[in-house]
Ligand binder design. Structure first.
Ligand code: PLP
Length: 475
């Protein structure tokens, strides 16, 4: 493809994407295809001859689009959203266009220096602890996902606990990590990947609000110490996946300090709320954390993938992950004058992710971002009021952030049927969780284009469908 052909096709692609967003509400939110429906339309072999962009795009429309679940639809309320915005898409496009690989400062200085600056900006914008800044003992890095950030935290915690010997000897004897029964599964996966075995992972009980019980945590640590184990890591969550519960970070942090454990705080989705000063009390105690992660690719209008990860002591992370083979040696690294982000995460190569985040921060401005986040929180309040207005439905709690957990009073089977029936209509997409053996419907409200009318339509559909479904015999 020549630059002129790229120009022409690129313009068409931008038009295609703009049209898509204009028409997004016409698509069924949840893809309606069955397993194999897409692959059976794709040739068994890759094409021998090159094909035209117009043929390729025709197949996007014909084959690919029916198999898309429309995450950017304003009627998408499932899981946690992964919202996007036009400035972010443009930043991502520019990153692809430049095609740089920012593994070292030297391989593209702007890739490193912009990332450092953007991460320092966020510390101020979100009222995070000052020592997370690159100019202090800590620093921030953009990772692909919160899962990778948690793994990096686990590894640094292991190394710190073993005086940075575990990576040499492979000795992990007695190490024990602590999460709650509500912590995201990525932590359990991280423990598996680091080779500890899930018998070294303690799932601490939660209180009636589904937040980790610090008394239970301390009891378990004391018991493990008495048994000769080596407690080394705790993950606290601000905004758990099932119900958005907030673990008591300060109390957990104090326990971590008392027994010398690494505290990682996961605020993958709810982290964006820290933009609003009146929501900062949920983040109380964060200065006791050794590491902290939140995902702009969830609720900060930044395309997947983009996870912001900070550490209080960058030396601990770098000592854990640094390896310098001959072929990567360069003057800037050897002088120690620069950050080489390859030492801050698992993989070597890295995309220029800070570009899209920089575009978002500059396009919206802090004021614009605060406005949109607050609007989502207000919409959440509106939806809560709708649920409360019905005698047939109940709320799990007053949601701290933008996730509403609610259920029809007719029981688990009925709620599952209700959700499946509605999702099959394609008019909206929402998902569920199970808490205390009860099936709860979840509405995660944070799509970039979601307005009050979408929530009113959703509620009307939910209540209408509930009236048409047969009630189970126990009712
Ligand atoms: N932590 C929490 C609280 C989450 O809800 C999720 C995903 O929804 C994750 C971590 C994992 O996020 P990622 O997909 O960025 O690894």
């Amino acid at each position: 493809m020549t630059p002129d052909e790229f120009r022409e096709n690129g313009k068409k692609m931008i038009d295609w994407i703009a049209d898509y967003y204009e028409q997004i509400e016409k698509y069924p939110v949840l893809s309606q295809v069955q397993p194999g429906d897409i692959s059976c339309q794709l040739p068994e072999q890759a094409p021998e001859q090159g094909e035209s962009m117009s043929d390729i795009m025709a197949d996007v429309d014909r084959i690919i689009m029916p198999g898309i679940t429309h995450w950017q639809s304003p009627n998408f309320f499932a899981y946690f959203q992964s919202n996007s915005s036009f400035p972010s898409i443009l930043g991502d496009l520019l990153s692809s266009g430049l095609g740089v690989q920012g593994m070292l400062w030297a391989t593209s200085p702007a890739c490193t220096e912009l990332e450092t600056r953007v991460m320092d900006w966020l510390v101020d914008l979100m009222g995070l602890p000052e020592h997370f800044k690159s100019t202090d003992s800590g620093g921030g890095v953009i990772q692909d996902t919160a899962s990778s950030a948690a793994l990096a935290a686990l590894l640094a915690a292991r190394e710190r606990k073993t005086n940075y010997r575990s990576h040499q000897t492979g000795d992990t004897a007695g190490l024990v990590a602590y999460i709650s029964t509500q912590t995201h599964s990525s932590l359990e996966k991280g423990v598996k990947i680091m080779g500890l075995g899930t018998d070294r992972l303690r799932k601490i009980a939660v209180d009636p609000r589904f937040a980790m019980d610090p008394l239970e945590l301390e009891k378990q640590i004391v018991q493990d110490l008495a048994a000769g184990m080596k407690p080394f890591f705790v993950c606290a969550t601000i905004g758990t996946t099932s119900s958005n519960a907030v673990d008591p970070v300060r109390r957990i942090g104090e326990i971590c300090q008392k027994y010398d454990l690494w505290l990682h705080v996961d605020a993958a989705m709810a982290g964006s709320a820290a933009l609003l000063p009146d929501y900062r009390h949920y983040f109380d105690g964060l200065e006791l954390a050794d590491s902290y992660a939140f995902n702009p690719h969830k609720w900060l209008f930044t395309n997947f993938d983009c996870d912001c990860f900070w550490v209080a002591d960058k030396a601990a992370l770098i000592k854990t992950l640094s390896i310098l083979p001959e072929y990567l040696k360069n003057e800037a690294t050897e002088q120690g004058a620069v950050i080489d982000y390859r030492d801050w995460h698992i993989q070597l190569g890295r995309r220029f992710r800070s570009l899209k985040l920089w575009f978002v921060l500059r396009h919206f401005g802090a004021e614009g971002l605060r406005h949109h986040i607050r609007q989502h929180l207000e919409l959440t309040g509106e939806f809560v009021a709708m649920v409360q207005s019905s005698d047939d439905f109940e709320l799990l709690n007053q949601p701290p952030f933008n996730l509403v957990c609610f259920r029809h009073k007719a029981g688990n089977t009925f709620n599952k049927q209700l959700m499946d029936t509605i999702n099959r209509t394609g008019r909206l997409f929402f998902t569920h969780t199970v808490l205390n053996e009860q099936f709860w419907l979840r509405m995660s409200i944070g799509q970039t284009q979601t307005e009050l009318r979408h929530l009113k339509d959703a509620w009307q559909l939910i209540t209408q469908q509930a009236k048409t479904l047969p009630l189970p015999p126990e009712n």
